[in-house]
Ligand binder design. Structure first.
Ligand code: NAD
Length: 293
């Protein structure tokens, strides 16, 4: 049993903190939202009234916050000054590589261990404890993080040094955004060519057009396994979060001088989809926009 502070109990963090408590850890949870704190209390966490209260005596701290600015502020202004040397800090939010490295370095100067550990899998996986964690940090930090993260996920992979977890996350999601866009446009073209969507799915799923977007997350209602397409694109992975991840990938590509023309085009398409008022729809709903173009 580890004493763990958990900061950020939103759509993802709420379920993750609950799974840590279910695994027998002593979880002291904090969020700016009262409703989120109430849910955490019901799930077996101790609802802290401040970050100070959550962090006092914690052996490990998890953050699950919206974006890099929140992580930078919470780590620098609160967690790093408050945590006892030797405490392990794990940020599971999706943020830019530069901020992940900078806050981990700031933590190291105070004798704290730090990893970036972003996740693959959405709200359902966070609730079910079946997330995939991509972890950046030293071998020593990973060794301490792994058993804690395992209580919230089905796989925990050491990606490399600090920042490598975020690098893996944005590269993975750039593939996802581009393959989903390509899968959507293939179904739109197939329909215009009078090819049955179900037949095309059966063929592409066992041919070289196969990808996770095709086989496991088909954007066409009634085709393949059940997906958000069968629920009018409600739930699932919001288009605005896909756009966020594609923007992080594009900023990283600019900074690193990497050519990412497919990622760039996918970002443009998702920007238009979100600007049209579809930000909260599942990202596979892009097929509707392409079908109308
Ligand atoms: P969310 O907005 O639902 O939750 C964020 C929580 O952080 C909120 O409850 C908010 O009140 C809290 N918060 C913000 N600032 C705070 C502060 N200073 N102190 C304490 N609490 C604070 O977001 P989410 O959907 O849970 O996503 C969290 C992270 O996970 C994001 O980086 C997102 O990109 C990533 N992610 C989300 C999904 C998904 O499907 N939702 C999937 C993978 C990764």
């Amino acid at each position: 049993m580890t004493s763990i502070a958990f900061i950020g109990l939103g759509n993802m963090g709420g379920g993750m903190a609950a799974n840590l408590a279910k695994a027998g850890h002593d979880v002291r949870a904090y969020d700016l939202s009262e409703a989120a704190l109430d849910r955490a209390r019901t799930a077996g966490c101790l609802a802290a009234l401040s970050v100070e209260e959550a962090v006092a005596g914690a052996e490990a701290i998890v953050t699950m916050l919206p974006a890099g600015t929140h992580v930078d502020q919470v780590w620098r202004d609160q967690l790093i000054p408050l945590a006892t040397p030797g405490t392990l800090l794990m940020d599971c939010s999706t943020i830019d590589v530069a901020t992940a490295r900078a806050v981990a370095e700031a933590a190291a100067t105070r004798g704290l261990l730090a990893v970036d550990a972003p996740v693959s899998g959405g709200i359902a996986a966070a609730n079910a404890g079946t997330l995939t964690f991509m972890v950046g940090g030293t071998d020593a930090a990973f060794a301490r993080a792994e058993p804690i993260l395992s209580a919230m996920g089905k796989s925990v992979i050491h990606a490399g040094a600090v920042g490598a977890g975020q690098a893996a996350k944005i590269c993975n999601n750039m593939i996802l955004g581009a393959t989903m866009a390509a899968t959507c446009e293939a179904f739109v073209l197939a329909e215009k060519l009078e090819l049955d969507a179900g037949r095309f799915f059966d063929i592409a799923s066992v041919s070289s057009g196969q990808s996770w977007s095709m086989t496991s997350y088909c954007p066409v209602p009634g085709v393949g396994p059940e997906t958000p397409a069968d629920r009018d694109y409600q739930g699932g992975f919001a288009a605005q979060l896909m756009l966020k991840d594609l923007k992080l990938a594009m900023d990283a590509a600019d900074g690193a001088g990497a050519a990412t023309p497919m990622g760039k085009r996918a970002a443009e398409l998702y920007q238009r989809f979100v600007d049209d008022g579809n930000g909260t729809l599942d990202f596979s709903g892009l097929i509707r926009m392409l079908a109308k173009d």
